[in-house]
Design a protein. Structure first.
Length: 185
C-alpha cells in the first residue's frame, strides 16, 4: 500500500517536472467564485429599535494587481438595512472596495488577504448622513475583518498538480492579473 502511494507520488512529481509546470495560476474569476461559495459576508451592529444596521454582501468581484501591482482588490455590492429610533427603516445600496496583500499559507495551501484597507465606500442613492455612515463603518470593518480571516482561495489536495505544489515550499506572486503560486523564484 505504502509502496503504491510512493510510486504514484514519484510518477506524479516526475510528470510535473517533465511537463515543465512549476507554477499554478489563480484567475480573478476563480477567486471570485471561491469567495462567493465559501465566505459568508453579513454583519450586524447596534441595538435593534434604537440604532441598528445590517450589512450583507450581494455581489463580489476580485481584481488582481490592477490598481496596485502588489495588491488584490475585492469589490462588493452591498445592501444595508438601517434603523434609527422610530424612523422608517432605510435600505441602502453600497459599493465598497477593499484592497489587500495576498499571502500564501504553506501549511494549509490557502491564500489569505492581509494588510487590508478600505479603499472606497459609496452609497448609490446619496442619502447617507454622517450619523448613518458612522453606524455603518463598524459593520463594513467587520466585513473586511472577515475577509482577512477567511481564505480567499485554497489549493485542492485531490488534484495532483495542486497537491504537489501545496506539499512544496512555493512563493506567491502577482503576474498578468493572476495570483501565481510558483515552486521556484
Amino acid at each position: 500500500m505504502i509502496i503504491n502511494v510512493a510510486k504514484k507520488f514519484i510518477l506524479a512529481a516526475s510528470a510535473l517536472v517533465l511537463g515543465g509546470c512549476v507554477s499554478y495560476s489563480v484567475t480573478e474569476q476563480e477567486m471570485t467564485n471561491y469567495l462567493q461559495d465559501s465566505v459568508m459576508l453579513e454583519q450586524e451592529v447596534g441595538v435593534q429599535n434604537v440604532m441598528y444596521a445590517q450589512v450583507a454582501v450581494d455581489d463580489l468581484a476580485v481584481q488582481i494587481g490592477r490598481t496596485d501591482a502588489e495588491r488584490v482588490s475585492v469589490l462588493a455590492n452591498t445592501n444595508a438595512k438601517v434603523q434609527v429610533f422610530n424612523m422608517p427603516n432605510m435600505g441602502l445600496d453600497l459599493d465598497i472596495e477593499f484592497s489587500a496583500i495576498p499571502e500564501y499559507d504553506k501549511e494549509s495551501g490557502e491564500v489569505y488577504l492581509k494588510s487590508l484597507r478600505l479603499e472606497r465606500f459609496e452609497e448609490k442613492g446619496k442619502q447617507l448622513s454622517p450619523e448613518i455612515e458612522k453606524l455603518l463603518k463598524p459593520a463594513i470593518s467587520m466585513i473586511g475583518f472577515a475577509l482577512s480571516q477567511s481564505p480567499v482561495y485554497k489549493l485542492d489536495s485531490n488534484k495532483v498538480q495542486e497537491s504537489l505544489i501545496k506539499s512544496s515550499e512555493p512563493n506567491l506572486v502577482i503576474k498578468d492579473n493572476k495570483l501565481v503560486i510558483e515552486l521556484f523564484d
